[in-house]
Design a protein around this ligand. Structure first.
Ligand code: GH3
Ligand code: MG
Ligand code: MG
Ligand code: MG
Length: 294
């Protein structure tokens, strides 16, 4: 897909020239004649890269830059300025600009710098996704889960919604490893994660938070609904027969113990809810496993 570039410059002819050149070079282009308009655009839609003028009459390029770098998902910014003052270069790079190009620009040099910045952005995004993903099951790891679940809970606070947290721990998983080896255990974990994805809603946050421990954060649900979802999952899992690619004769059946809590207190934090759900999960273990305790 073509990358989208936002060009911010107070000079109309510069904007038009850049727009023309960049479209010609294969980019999608948005233009803004100042900081206010640019920030409005960035609030509304995702942009892959920003080209930013330094000297502008209302909001200065420095100020716009500071605003952009403070955004939660800030696009890379290349300064594009008539000033070749070395202090401007140092200042803007220090505030977080990716690069600094002087005007009048040499088109092919500008394009190379744009390609470079976009490449770096893509690599960074890939690394950030890896940081949040469990390499075995490809669902969220603890970091990714906690980040997303924290967002769900702050959203719930603002809207006075309830959030449900389920903690799930596979029963006697050590026995699976002992019987079928660590690789066999890994296959079970992958199948477990797949079933989680198919049983819960798209907007439920699912994560592998430890070895054979998983969590689900369900936004905006009542206890009965969350319980029904957990029970649907628990029963589907109990009926699932897992086979191993390396050992076609082996069939594995597992069960899960689940602790489920729904927040009533709008001030509850993710940590508190996870701890409570964990306690309930242990109650499910001591009560005989393969059950959901609320
Ligand atoms: P319980 O019903 O009480 O939960 O018993 P359990 O055997 O499931 O619990 P325990 O905590 O004793 O064992 C968990 C096992 O999970 C031990 C550990 O070797 C295994 N495990 C943790 N991470 C992985 C993994 O990534 N792959 C595999 N194959 N096993 C793992
Ligand atoms: Mg200007
Ligand atoms: Mg465990
Ligand atoms: Mg276990």
């Amino acid at each position: 897909m073509n990358s989208t570039i936002l060009v911010i410059d107070d000079a109309k002819d510069t904007l038009m020239l850049l727009e023309f050149d960049l479209i010609e070079a294969g980019y999608k282009v948005l233009t803004a004649n100042g900081g206010e308009q640019a920030l409005e655009i960035l609030n509304r839609q995702a942009v892959d890269l920003v080209l930013l003028d330094l000297h502008m009459p209302k909001m200065s390029g420095m100020e716009v830059l500071a605003n952009i770098t403070a955004l939660e998902t800030a696009p890379p910014v290349i300064m594009l300025s008539a000033s070749d003052d070395e202090n401007d270069v140092v200042k803007t790079l220090d505030v977080g600009a990716e690069d600094y190009v002087t005007k009048p620009y040499v088109a092919k040099v500008l394009y190379a710098r744009i390609r470079n910045a976009l490449r770096l952005k893509e690599k960074t995004q890939e690394l950030e996704a890896l940081l949040r993903t469990d390499s075995l099951t490809h669902i969220n790891n603890r970091v990714g889960y906690e980040e997303l679940a924290t967002k769900v809970i702050s959203h719930a606070k603002r809207n006075k919604h309830r959030t449900a947290i389920a903690m799930l721990d596979i029963d006697h998983f050590k026995a699976v490893n002992d019987t079928h080896g660590h690789d066999g255990g890994d296959v079970v974990l992958v199948e477990f994660a797949k079933l989680l994805i198919s049983c819960f809603r798209d907007y439920d946050v699912i994560g592998r938070i430890g070895g054979e421990e998983f969590a689900v954060c369900m936004p905006n649900v009542r206890l009965e609904t969350a319980l029904a979802a957990c029970e649907r999952f628990r029963e589907s899992l109990a009926q699932l027969t897992i086979s191993l690619p390396d050992d076609p004769d082996a069939t594995i059946n597992i069960t899960v113990s689940i602790g489920l809590i729904v927040s009533n207190d709008p001030d509850s934090m993710l940590d508190d809810l996870m701890r409570e759900a964990d306690k309930l999960m242990y109650r499910a273990k001591s009560a005989g496993r393969n059950q959901t305790v609320t």
